[in-house]
Write a protein that binds this ligand. Structure first.
Ligand SMILES: [Zn+2]
Length: 201
C-alpha cells in the first residue's frame, strides 16, 4: 500500500502490483502549461532494494544482484505489456502471455497455511528477489478473483499509467477521464474537423 494506491482507491490486494507497474512513469503530457517529468523509480539495483524494503517486501539483506535487477525490470515490462491489453483480449494475447510467463519464472511461489487467515501464496525461496514474488502472487490472486480485469493501462499514449477502474461496468479507458480522456477527445474532434474541412475544400 502506498500514498498513490490509497489516493486512487486501489484495493490493498493489488497495491504492490499497482505500485510496481507504475515505478516507470512515462507520463509526458502538459497540464496547466507544465510538462509532466518522466521518471524511473527503479534506476539501479539498490533503488530496487530500497523500494522493496519500503513496502516490507523481502528481507533485509544485500541489495539485489545485477541479474536479479534485470529479472525485476523484465517482470515489470511484461506486466505492463499485459495490462496494456484490453481485459477482454488478454486471454487471446498468446505472445504477451508467453513473455509474462517467462518473466515470472524466477519468482516461484509456494502455498503456506496461515491458521485463521487461511492460506496464501508466498515466495518459495528466501533471499532478495523473492520479495517480488509477492507481486506475482497478487497477479495470480487478482486473476482468480477477477479484480485483475480492472487493472488497466491508460489508453492515452502520453500517459500509459496503470490505473484501477472502479467504474461499475469496468469500461474506463483513461486513468482520469477529466484529463487523459478529454485530451484525447479534443484531439479526435480536431482531427475529424480537419479531415472534414479538407474534404470540403
Ligand atoms: Zn492517463
Amino acid at each position: 500500500m502506498s500514498r498513490e494506491s490509497r489516493k486512487f482507491h486501489v484495493p490493498d490486494e493489488l497495491a504492490n502490483l499497482y505500485d510496481f507497474a507504475n515505478t516507470l512513469d512515462l507520463r509526458k503530457f502538459v497540464h496547466h502549461g507544465v510538462r509532466h517529468e518522466q521518471a524511473e523509480e527503479l534506476a539501479t539495483p539498490s533503488a530496487l532494494g530500497a523500494w522493496m524494503r519500503e513496502r516490507g517486501l523481502g528481507e533485509h539483506g544485500p541489495p539485489p544482484s545485477q541479474k536479479q535487477f534485470e529479472n525485476a525490470l523484465r517482470l515489470r515490462q511484461s506486466i505492463r505489456d499485459y495490462l496494456r491489453c484490453d481485459p477482454a483480449e488478454r486471454p487471446r494475447k498468446q505472445g504477451v502471455i508467453d513473455t509474462l510467463n517467462k518473466a515470472m519464472e524466477p519468482f516461484s511461489l509456494r502455498v503456506a497455511g496461515l491458521g485463521k487467515a487461511g492460506m496464501k501464496l508466498v515466495a518459495a525461496q528466501s533471499g532478495t528477489t523473492p520479495g517480488l514474488s509477492a507481486i506475482v502472487a497478487e497477479l495470480y490472486d487478482g486473476a482468480v478473483n477477477g479484480s485483475l480485469n480492472r487493472l488497466k493501462m491508460c489508453a492515452a499514449e502520453e500517459c500509459q499509467r496503470v490505473f484501477y477502474d472502479r467504474s461499475k461496468p469496468a469500461t474506463r479507458r483513461w486513468c482520469q477521464s477529466t484529463l487523459c480522456g478529454n485530451r484525447e477527445k479534443t484531439r479526435t474532434y480536431r482531427e475529424r474537423y480537419k479531415a472534414h474541412a479538407s474534404s470540403d475544400g
